[in-house]
Structure formats: C-alpha cells, structure tokens
Design a protein around this ligand. Structure first.
Ligand code: CTP
Ligand code: CA
Length: 223
C-alpha cells in the first residue's frame, strides 16, 4: 500500500521506446538485420513503467515477451518502425531510441524467392538509405525529450560526443558492441551538454533503472 503513495519519478509521463533490430527483406525468405537481442530496450521499458510512465514499445523481431504493463507493437522494417513512431510521437513526453535500426534496406528486393543458379551467378543487391527515426523525431517542432543510443566498436567518448551533437539531442547513451550484444550485462556512457559520465558494468535491469532516473532528473530540471 505504501508503494502506491510513493512519488514515482515518471508518474504521468508518456514514454515511447524503440528496441531490437530491424529486418530488411531480400526476398520472402531472406533478409539483412543488425545484432540486437532487444534486452536493453525491453529493460528500459520495464524500468520506465515501474517509474510510473505509460510506456509504448515499438519492437523489431526479438525472442522476448512483451514486458508487463507495456504496450508493445511489433514491426519488421525500419520504414515500419519509422511509421509506427511517427503515428504515436505527438502525445509523448519522452522518446528513447534503443533500436539497432538498419541504415539501409534492399532497394531491389524480390517478391519471389531468388533461386540459386547453377554457376557462380550471385544476386546483386542494391541498397537505399532508411529514414533516420531519431533525427526525424528530434526535428519535430514539439519534439519530446529525446534519448539516443550508440553502439560503437571503438573511440566511444569521441564518437559519442560527436553523435549527440550531430543528432541534436539532449542525451545520448553510448556502449561498446562486444560488451553488450546478446549479454545480460552492459556498461553505459551518458553524453549530455555538460560532458560524459559512466554507468559501470551491471545487469541491464539495474542500468535501465539508473538510466530512467537520470532521464527523470534531467526532465525535472528542464521544467
Ligand atoms: N537511429 C534511428 N534510425 C535510424 C538509424 C539510427 O532512429 N535509421 C537511432 C538509433 O536507434 C540510435 C541512434 O539513432 O538511438 C544512433 O544510431 P547509430 O546507428 O549509432 O547512428 P547513425 O547515425 O546511424 O551512425 P553510424 O554511421 O555510426 O551507424
Ligand atoms: Ca546506424
């Protein structure tokens, strides 16, 4: 009973989260995708819900169940993720882009399964760039508070600092790919206008709770 009266850090806020990879078809049985289990994004969805928020999760293909209390919409492609986000972003207070969105889709995808030829003939794939979902949201006249993620393979501090400024967002969360992909633990680096700050290695649920309180703190100081 006491818990019901606690002042939750995101009470009454609406939070929209993207998570998981996207899947870009080559033909009806094949495609290209990114490495992402969805665990970090789903953990953040749960943490935000526990902090009192109304949470919508737009998710690419993962093996995970919808988190308790969270409204989940499943999509496959980056374009579908973009459209789902844009359809719901207007009423949101916070947007957290955790998804590993494919930067490119196959421009010459086939409606029919491509058959293997007998000789060394291989399909020639052509690519088109996908919309940048986070950049589109951040550019809206009434943009919600935007949080981006960056998975890098090296130079995290340099790339993270530059990416936050390029994406024009107040908060960017950096991590190193091989520390996180498929794992239950991770370590995060937060980049904002004041500099950077690390959240040391811990399980993703713990990090998600810490990140949610960091976001809540920043929103309070904005208001
Ligand atoms: N993102 C997005 N839509 C895209 C690509 C990325 O919303 N089409 C979001 C991701 O969810 C993440 C952030 O943008 O929150 C940064 O993604 P990242 O791939 O690190 O950035 P890019 O600008 O695509 O740069 P890079 O060339 O390093 O891939
Ligand atoms: Ca990218």
């Amino acid at each position: 009973l006491e818990a019901a009266f606690q002042n939750k850090s995101l009470a009454g806020k609406r939070v929209l989260i993207t998570a998981g990879p996207t899947f870009e078809p080559i033909d009806p049985v094949r495609g290209i995708t990114n490495l992402s289990s969805g665990k970090m994004g789903y953990a953040i969805a749960t943490a935000a819900w526990e902090a009192g928020a109304h949470v919508t999760l737009i998710s690419g293909p993962t093996a995970l169940d919808a988190p308790y209390g969270v409204q989940r919409q499943q999509i496959q492609t980056a374009q579908q993720m973009h459209d789902a986000v844009m359809a719901q972003v207007n009423k949101q207070d916070i947007f957290i882009a955790v998804a590993a969105v494919a930067d490119w889709r196959v421009a010459n995808a086939s409606d029919q399964k491509i058959k293997k030829a007998n000789d060394s003939d291989t399909p020639q794939l052509q690519f088109a760039q996908n919309p940048d979902i986070l950049a589109s949201v951040a550019a809206l006249p009434k943009a919600p508070y935007c949080v981006g993620f960056a998975a890098e393979s090296e130079n995290l501090i340099e790339y993270g600092t530059a990416k936050r400024i390029k994406k024009n967002i107040p908060l960017l969360v950096g991590n190193i790919g091989h520390n996180t992909f498929g794992k239950d633990e991770n370590e995060l680096m937060l980049f904002d206008a004041k500099g950077h700050q690390s959240l040391p290695r811990a399980d993703k649920r713990t990090l998600a709770n810490q990140l949610v309180s960091e976001i809540a703190k920043r929103i309070k100081s904005q208001a």
